[in-house]
Design a protein around this ligand. Sequence first.
Ligand code: SF4
Length: 112
Amino acid sequence: MELIAKIREEYALELDPKKYFRKAQGEHGVYFAVKMIKGQCIFLNKEKRCRIYKCRPVLCELYPVIDVDSVDERCPAVKENKLSVEMLASLKKRYADEIDDRIKIEQTFRFV
Ligand code: SF4
């Protein structure tokens, strides 16, 4: 996978894709997602920081936007209104431009 190659290059980490990613069945087909351990992403370190931040999946870049017209209301930044209307509009536009059509078109979509 492209992400694995980028992580290997950027962080000199040897990743076994089966250990870090899982296949999941979505509304429009199969996709690959990062594994979760006890409700937390496998790439989160003890300091609650992303170990692959520079290479994180595009859906992580777009968070808290989780669809073209919705945000994750559980996100503290959303609850506390810390994100400007412009920022959220920009993330939603990126979701529409970079994700939405691919999810609908592809049989197998890689979130990574
Ligand atoms: S940014 Fe993405 S990959 Fe990184 S810890 Fe958070 S959920 Fe995991």
